[in-house]
Design a protein around this ligand. Structure first.
Ligand code: M6R
Length: 609
């Protein structure tokens, strides 16, 4: 989705903005632009296409002199990707420049109003209306004009605003779209994502909905929605600068796959102390846990797939009903949720709009909401009643990998913690799972060592135009995740089925040479997994199977190709099983020459409905 960077300080703004925007490229975008106050004017450069096009246009920033400016990467919603629809948008006099993330829902009505007053529009975007409206209300006090605009616009927005008449200040506004402020010596920043400014500062202010900030080179003043001055806490970001860089790897996705053992150590080790699960600042009391009648897990995409694993694991551990819902469906399905329901929302970014909307709906219905989130200080983390961070570090590739495995680990820890309080897990099993969890990172390293084997398999299969995944129980959920990974980065059509469902229709699609990835790690259903492999092979399929080392020999007898993972407790199998599927998707996409970190049409965090 769109990205915003703003800078005010003593250095040349354009190169800083271009650098910041380059760190937001991973979010997905189709055009980019900057507006800089330069020699008495707001100068704008913007272009459809990659950031490099913009950078070339302004000679890496050298072509526009000035020490204050705003920049944007756009992911088109209203109006096709084009030079004119790119941000920043400028008011008709050229006095006001605006960058906007989100959607102005009532823009059509506001546009008609302004047009009736003779204001000319040049773009098809909803965002241009903000620049024109600020100018319409502007009578010498930018903050006051912005305040009046905020009373008129509806929807979601993070805004960066620059005005020719007040060339020493930037205005930042946030509602339902992330925006942070970065504080440095003699310079200040605004950004939609901390990675954009991490090279300059770790001191940040997380803006809340409805807040406005005025940034100058000397300081930042925040205001509430009534434009009364407020004091905000300054937080320190503990991510390493190089965590958001490729560090010698060809792709962020591969780097993040390889980082998983370390990410798991960070997510798990501090939470196992003296043989018990320890959850920091966890306010759900034993009585709260015993009072729960059910659990709902709500999320999107891969986070939803973690939720699906959670359904199997939590039901097994808690002996309470667990429902799992797509966040985009949850709020429209009249969910049966009340004060005895625990709603667990899962989100890497903590900014996914559908998940945020589901969280709010759950709270409105009286449920307690616990969020499993990676990005510290993100909107979902701040609005939930409880947060468990995954501590995976910045995840840049659009295709999530280390966020998935750490979400799963945290969900397992939560399940064990609650089960211990409910008395629904035997002491012996509890201890065994925790012991195995401590071994998981090293076992994952073993799986990662199979990268050459998986690369070879990808070289054999990358030409397939349609690939099926099948599995039962948690292996089905792994199939869904493997299939999503493959689709999003390699553009191969792929579907995942609960293996028992095949004969109810889908098996008709199997013909000579169809590739079926059979996931059969789960011991209790292994024999059934074998039968399904035989079933599709006898209809001509080639089968690439995934199972555990102890089951490998039997699987090898029926499958064409086999990848094994180490044996572990069943609750931990998906954490290992997902890794070969990630690597397979990665290498297939590599063989097909795809843009792995920035797949077409996709954005890292989806902040529109
Ligand atoms: O940031 P979130 O976890 O809320 O994002 C949810 C999905 O958009 C995300 O998992 C998406 O499906 C990934 N691209 C999958 O790799």
């Amino acid at each position: 989705m769109c990205g915003i960077v703003g800078y005010v300080g003593a250095e040349q703004a354009a190169p800083i903005l271009l650098d910041g925007l380059s760190r937001l490229e991973y979010r997905g975008y189709d055009s980019a632009g900057v507006a800089i106050y330069s020699q008495g004017k707001v100068r704008v450069a913007k272009a459809k296409g990659r950031l490099q096009v913009l950078s070339d246009m302004i000679q890496g920033g050298r072509a526009i002199q000035g020490t204050i400016g705003i920049g944007h990467t756009r992911w088109a919603t209203h109006g096709a990707p084009s030079d004119v629809n790119s941000h920043p948008h400028v008011s008709h006099s050229g006095n006001i420049a605006v960058v906007h993330n989100g959607i102005i829902e009532n823009y059509a009505e506001l546009k008609s109003f302004l047009q009736s007053k003779g204001v000319p529009f040049v773009s098809e975007t909803d965002s241009e209306v903000v620049a024109q409206l600020v100018e319409y209300f502007y009578q010498g006090d930018l903050l006051e004009a912005v305040g009046r605009v905020l009373h008129r616009i509806q929807g979601a927005y993070a805004l960066g605003i620059l005005c020719c008449d007040q060339p020493d200040q930037l205005i930042a506004v946030r509602k339902d779209s992330p925006l942070i402020l970065g504080l440095a010596e003699g310079a200040n920043f605004l950004a939609s994502d901390v990675t954009a400014i991490l090279r300059h500062t770790r001191d940040v202010i997380y803006m809340e909905d409805g807040e406005v900030a005025v940034l100058t080179s000397q300081g930042v003043q925040c205001y509430n929605s009534l434009l009364q001055p407020i004091t905000k806490e300054v937080s320190q970001v503990d991510w390493e600068v190089d965590a958001a860089e490729k560090g010698g790897y060809e792709h962020f996705m591969f780097k993040e796959i390889m980082e998983q053992p370390q990410a798991l150590r960070r997510a798990v080790f501090p939470r196992i102390q003296d043989g018990e699960v320890y959850l920091e600042d966890f306010a759900l009391t034993d009585e709260d846990i015993r009072g729960l009648s059910k659990v709902y897990v709500v999320a999107c995409g891969s986070s939803y797939h973690v939720g699906m694993v959670g359904k199997y694991h939590l039901e097994r551990l808690l002996r309470k009903p667990v429902e799992v819902a797509l966040a985009s469906e949850f709020r429209y399905m009249e969910p049966i949720v009340d004060e005895h329901t625990l709603v667990i929302v899962i989100s890497q970014s903590g900014e996914t709009l559908d998940t945020m909307a589901a969280l709010r709906e759950a709270k409105r219905l009286g449920a307690k909401v616990l969020a499993i989130v990676n990005v510290v200080g993100s909107s979902i983390a701040r609005e939930a009643d409880e947060v468990l961070y995954t501590w995976a570090g910045p995840e840049i590739a659009v295709a999530t990998t280390k966020a998935y495995t750490t979400q799963l680990a945290v969900l397992n820890l939560l399940g064990l913690y609650m089960a211990r309080r409910l008395g629904t897990v035997a002491d012996e099993e509890y201890t065994q799972v925790l012991e195995q969890m401590l071994l998981l990172p090293a076992q994952m390293e073993e799986v990662l060592e199979k990268q050459s084997q998986i690369q070879y398999l990808a070289s054999q299969y990358f030409n397939h135009e349609s690939i099926f995944f099948m599995g039962r129980n948690v292996d089905y959920t792994l199939g869904l995740e493997g299939s999503l990974k493959l689709k999003e980065i390699s553009y191969i059509h792929s579907e995942a089925y609960a293996a028992g469902e095949l004969k109810h229709g889908t098996i008709s699609l199997i013909e000579d040479g169809t590739l079926v990835v059979a996931v059969g790690t789960y011991g209790p259903l292994f024999d059934k997994a074998l039968s399904n492999v035989v079933e599709v092979k006898s209809r001509g399929a080639s089968v690439l199977a995934l199972t555990t080392q102890s089951q490998g020999e039997r699987m090898a007898e029926v499958a064409n190709d086999l990848v094994t993972i180490p044996d572990t407790h069943p609750l931990l199998l998906p954490s290992l099983g997902v890794v070969p599927l990630q690597l397979f998707a990665y290498y297939v996409a590599l063989h097909r020459g795809c843009d792995i970190d920035k797949p077409r049409n996709l954005a890292k965090s989806v902040t529109v409905e």
